[in-house]
Design a protein around this ligand. Structure first.
Ligand code: ATP
Ligand code: MG
Length: 411
């Protein structure tokens, strides 16, 4: 099939937004006689005038040929799905060789079957992610109808949505991620397939699911994403207690925290809030409810130890006992910064209270979460500012560094 070609006069891709290293890599492949294009998310983002986060390059060069061309800067990764990573300082560009997919079969049997450029885009998930961009001629190359769908704002599977979702159920999460991020409509076939294939989600790779969910927490559209996930019944299958809480009366508290975090992240998409801070948005209202029912309703005040225990239990119940097991690195920090909230804003305030926790190496993360809470509840703004000042003073005096020389983890 001949692709549709859209020339520079028909699109307004800002060529200046494209990473010069990506252009250089494509040119080098071309000079060596291979074809090479930008593909996928970066082309989509350029067309909707968002700055791409990462650049994927598709080429006719085989992994060994890429390695030969780029030498020490190139690392071949993945056994099942061989990719080349080309390193430029801290940045990594991902190169994949044109592959053929298995559109009509239910199972992806083998990933390293080399194919033509058309086959390469046909194995991709949605039409909006199936466009090539040729930086040397400034043309968009469209085999799948992605151009029109981007301009109409439609999310459409490449091929039969039922088959594509069964082949790889993570695509259902990706569908909702693009709906949340861009506000695009889901085409009726994909909508029906989402209902039909919903239960397949638990057959997908937990690691890939988790990565998509964590990326969505950072995306600036997390409130909308979790709402869509819940409406589609996917959250129920992945995090059942969270899904129930969100549907209940206090569910809106979680959405308010996510919305505040989204606002903060949208201002700084390149370095979003830490994943543990964002994860805390999902749990804080649940802990508050537990404190209410287990303690306050019974006229009991929880001690610091009770709260630490509760934070650990809720984190475990919601996140680590579920299908999509959050890594300990995130869940233990989340539990810490949740428990710390009740020291920063104690249930029964004490005068001249300055807990030792301020010296903890992850205190800054607890402070970031307090900032999110203060965006929801303006009464907390003053408290947040006071803590921020105390923290800054302490940093200036090197108190913090003396105890924990490691920098704060971010992003
Ligand atoms: P993001 O902006 O979140 O990075 P993306 O679409 O670029 O979104 P990536 O995970 O970076 O997502 O994937 C790059 C490209 O690889 C996609 O645009 C799509 O063409 C293809 N792709 C990714 N995941 C799948 C999948 N599950 N099935 C088919 N194609 C996929
Ligand atoms: Mg991408």
């Amino acid at each position: 099939m001949h692709p549709k070609i859209y020339h520079a006069t028909e699109h307004d891709i800002n060529h200046g937004l494209i990473d010069p290293d990506a252009i250089h890599v494509i040119q080098k492949l071309r000079d060596a006689g291979f074809s090479a294009y930008l593909v996928g998310g970066s082309v989509r983002d350029l067309l909707i005038k968002k700055s791409p986060k990462d650049y994927d390059i598709s080429t006719s060069a085989r992994p060994e040929q890429i390695k030969h061309l780029f030498g020490r800067n190139c690392l071949l990764i993945g056994r099942r799905f061989r990719l080349a990573h080309i390193r430029y300082g801290h940045k990594i560009l991902e190169l994949s060789t044109f592959r053929s997919g298995e559109n009509e079969s239910d199972l992806i049997l083998q990933d390293n079957v080399w194919g033509t450029e058309e086959e390469d885009v046909r194995r991709r998930d949605f039409t909006i992610n199936g466009l090539f961009y040729d930086p040397s001629t400034h043309t968009v190359i469209d085999y799948v109808g992605g151009w029109e769908d981007i301009h109409k704002g439609i999310l459409r599977s490449i091929g039969d949505a039922n088959i594509r979702f069964k082949q790889d159920p993570v695509r259902m999460i990706r569908l909702l991620k693009f709906r949340a991020r861009f506000g695009f409509d889901i085409d009726p076939d994909a909508r029906k397939a989402l209902v039909n294939c919903r239960s397949e989600i638990t057959k997908s790779s937990a690691a890939r699911l988790l990565e998509e969910i964590l990326r969505m927490l950072e995306s600036g559209a997390s409130a909308s994403f979790f709402n869509l996930m819940n409406e589609a019944g996917l959250l129920e299958l992945l995090f059942s207690s969270l899904a129930h809480f969100l549907k209940g009366k206090q569910g809106k508290e979680i959405y308010l925290l996510l919305t505040s975090a989204d606002k903060m992240n949208r201002k700084n998409l390149k370095s979003p809030l830490d994943r543990s801070v964002l994860t805390a948005c999902l749990l804080y209202p649940i802990i508050c409810q537990e404190i209410q029912t287990q303690f306050l309703d019974k006229d009991r005040t929880p001690h610091a130890g009770d709260i630490t225990l509760l934070a650990a239990t809720v984190t475990k119940d919601v996140l680590t006992s579920s299908f999509t097991h959050f890594p300990r690195r995130i869940s233990s920090t989340t539990a810490f910064l949740l428990a710390t909230q009740f020291r920063l804003t104690p249930i029964s305030p004490k005068k001249h209270h300055r807990p030792k926790v301020i010296r903890h190496k992850e205190f800054k993360l607890a402070l970031d979460f307090l900032e999110i809470r203060a965006c929801v509840d303006k009464k907390l703004v003053e408290t947040y500012n006071t803590w921020k000042q105390i923290y800054k003073q302490q940093e200036r005096h090197g108190e913090h560094k003396a105890h924990h020389p490691a920098p704060f983890p971010r992003g």
